[in-house]
Design a protein around this ligand. Structure first.
Ligand code: ACM
Length: 561
């Protein structure tokens, strides 16, 4: 199945570079692991994997099972040792703590000619050590002798996938989870609901999936331009879909076994046209196809959303639940009797504060169930509910900093850089999408922490996230094209400390990865080879400048038309 695409491409990535030190030739091994580890000290010599190589895992049973299963699915299946061995063995050992490592997700990987030993203070740390190990093994099944010491910069390393604008089946999501795991990401934010389709089965509200999950137009753009209607499941031309509860359990378990938490997002109060058509009594005017925002004056809205979130929380063990909050037009609220009565009763003078009231109530509901809330940065437009985590997308994070100023933890996914729906090269070379450009290099160069930040902002920054919106993804391959290779750059920024940024080294690791996914038929984008030109008048002539974001390519041109 698609699920094993990423399990099979994990071959090779140790590049040998010749460094001239004075007159003596010194051979130094360099690692091409993505994301770049904190430190790697490699020497001559190698550990050779062979048919007799054993696997010994010393970790709590749950982690032991997960790690053994994961390695069994890798290209390097190893038989479990029946007792502790020291020769020709890969050892995974959970320890209380590791010197020089502060994150519980860190690990130390030591390779000698006799053994590979990965030590970490958690199952996740061992898993990341395994990822590094798998990337280090070359075509001859060898690993260089040496020590890799590694830990992530951020605890939150996320990718969002929009399954509303286009629905993707369980196997496709699993395939992406495998890629996220390869790059040591640990959060998958699923954008499960939006105008373009509701994607999760809710027992109490069957119309959400019998009706609001389907439309006649397969592409988002045609649907958008043709009245934005929904269809009955099973009717002629009905296109779309949703995850059953069983599907969700399967996805959550699959992600969990790769140390990835799936964070569900249920949109509110806006981006909810599909709900407000299926259950129009929850809108201000009770008319289907008219409104994007829930009626906040109506208690039924709260009852509905609490019931939905209850079923969602039963399915997702995530400590974080995302409750949307972005782009509420609030168009119907000023003329809605119930909304206005609510504002009067709560002494709210502006509709923005009615949203603040609404978000606060929803937050408190989620928090009362022992979960933490994430919301888009529009939550900073009014009083930010206590304890919420802000996901910053607008501008380069100004709104998120407003939250940080008040002590709220935050995550950065600035649209300008981290929205992977954007063009990744000159637009005349690229398939149609929107939102301007961000190249692989732009993502690689992203630095969330700005020089003028107060130190406390930095300590509230939980991490970074790439966001894959799918308005222009009409088939799974379109997501692959936009995700790869930029996903690798997202992961670098999430894991690797900024002082270790090395564009050329990154490209080397990327080329290894890309060659393997290409064999598996994953159509990654070649936009990093595109040529950008600029034309400047110079002394009565025009100077044409050709540039490529890859420094390791030759640019050829002709002057003969
Ligand atoms: C968003 O892009 N509306 C979060």
């Amino acid at each position: 199945g698609l699920g094993d695409v990423y399990k099979r491409q994990l071959l090779a990535s140790v590049a040998v570079s010749l460094l001239l030190a004075g007159c003596a030739k010194e051979q130094k091994e360099t690692l091409s692991v993505i994301p770049v580890p904190l430190s790697a000290d490699l020497q001559k010599g190698a550990f050779q994997l062979n048919d007799q190589t054993k696997l010994w895992i010393d970790a709590p049973q749950e982690d032991k099972t997960r790690l053994a299963d994961y390695i069994a699915g890798s290209p390097f299946q190893l038989d479990a040792a029946l007792e502790e061995v020291v020769d020709n063995v890969v050892i995974l050992q959970q320890v209380d703590r590791l010197p020089d490592i502060t994150s519980s997700e860190g690990y130390v990987l030591e390779v000698t000619p006799k053994q590979v030993k990965i030590r970490a203070a958690s199952g996740a740390g061992l898993f990341y050590g395994v990822q590094t190990f798998l990337q280090m093994v070359n075509e001859k099944k060898e690993l260089p002798v040496g020590t890799v010491t590694d830990e992530p910069r951020f605890a939150y390393r996320g990718m969002m996938l929009d399954v509303s604008r286009h629905f993707f089946d369980v196997n496709f999501v699993k395939k992406q989870i495998d890629a996220f795991a390869y790059y040591k990401l640990n959060r998958l934010h699923l954008h499960l609901t939006d105008a373009a389709g509701w994607r999760i089965e809710i027992d109490k509200y069957p119309r959400l999936t019998e009706f609001a999950a389907w439309r006649e137009f397969p592409t988002w753009k045609e649907w958008w331009n043709n009245g934005r209607q929904y269809s009955e499941e099973g009717s002629k031309n009905a296109y779309g879909g949703y995850y059953t509860k069983e599907d969700i359990r399967e996805l959550v378990a699959y992600a969990e076994s790769r140390y990835i938490t799936v964070i569900p997002e249920i949109e509110m109060p806006a981006h909810s046209e599909e709900v407000l058509t299926a259950y129009s009594e929850l809108s201000c005017t009770h008319e289907p196809y008219k409104q994007a925002d829930f009626c906040v004056g109506n208690e039924k809205t709260f009852e509905f959303l609490e019931n939905v979130l209850t079923e969602v929380m039963e399915l997702f063990p995530s400590e974080y639940i995302h409750i949307g909050g972005d782009e509420a037009g609030k168009a119907s609220w000023p003329t809605c009797k119930l909304c206005q009565a609510r504002m009067k009763k709560e002494h709210l003078t502006h509709e923005e504060d009615l949203q603040g009231y609404f978000m606060k109530r929803m937050c408190e509901y989620v928090q009362s169930k022992g979960r933490e809330v994430i919301g888009w940065d529009e939550l900073t437009n009014s009083t930010i509910p206590d304890g919420t985590i802000i996901l910053g997308w607008q501008g380069m994070g100004t709104a998120a900093l407003k939250a940080a100023e008040l002590g709220h933890p935050f995550i950065m996914t600035p649209a300008r850089i981290m929205y992977l729906i954007r063009y990744q090269g000159p637009q005349w070379f690229e398939p149609v999408t929107y939102f301007g450009n961000n190249t692989l290099r732009n993502v690689f160069d992203y630095e969330p922490v700005q020089e003028d930040w107060k130190p406390e902002y930095t300590s509230l920054l939980m991490g970074v996230q790439g966001s894959m919106w799918t308005e222009f993804c009409n088939k799974p391959e379109d997501v692959d094209y936009l995700l790869f290779p930029r996903l690798a750059a997202v992961a670098e920024r999430a894991w690797t400390k900024p002082e270790l940024k090395d564009w050329n080294g990154f490209l080397k690791g990327l080329d290894v990865y890309n060659s393997h996914i290409a064999v598996k038929g994953v159509g990654y984008s070649r936009s990093m080879y595109n040529i950008q030109h600029t034309v400047t008048p110079v002394d009565g002539a025009l100077q044409v400048n050709l540039e490529c974001i890859r420094p390791d390519v030759e640019i050829h041109y002709t002057l003969d038309n």
